[in-house]
Design a protein around this ligand. Sequence first.
Ligand SMILES: [Cu+2]
Length: 174
Amino acid sequence: MLKQIVVTFTAFALSFIAIPAALAHGEITLAVPAAGASVLTAPSEVSIEFDGKLQTIGKESINLITVTDNQGQIISSPTSVVDGTKISTKLQLTDITGLVSVHYRIVSEDGHPVEGDYSFTVGQKPTLTSAGNEEGAEAANGISEEGGSNLKLTAGGFLIIALVAVFLVRRRKK
Ligand SMILES: [Cu+2]
């Protein structure tokens, strides 16, 4: 009975190990304004820098930032400009306050599409951007990156528990 549980448990733990692969590319290194930041007035543009060059295919806009205000209205230009590792878009409407949402869809250097969202707030006392940036970038990546690494960690924990269990069962039999 115990052995059966251990075997099931190990299989369950192993099923998680296979997942991690799609990590560590298309990560944000700098976002302006930073994710989670507060700025007094709306910026004229929103830019995001990634850890690798963005892929471009001809003139197709496969890399795009879409910025929306707190009413869900799109306030960014329909096109984004890609320059190496950086993508930016002009804001067409800057007379706004409140939560501004940024959605990005890029193709990373290795050809993987990466999507994400983050937000910043307009109309409030500015936050310290130097300290906020890295955390902000992490928050922006949160959906895919953190989720992945947490999963990895959890799987690792499961595996260790499973191995200890197997060891104990074997010892018992002797
Ligand atoms: Cu990739």
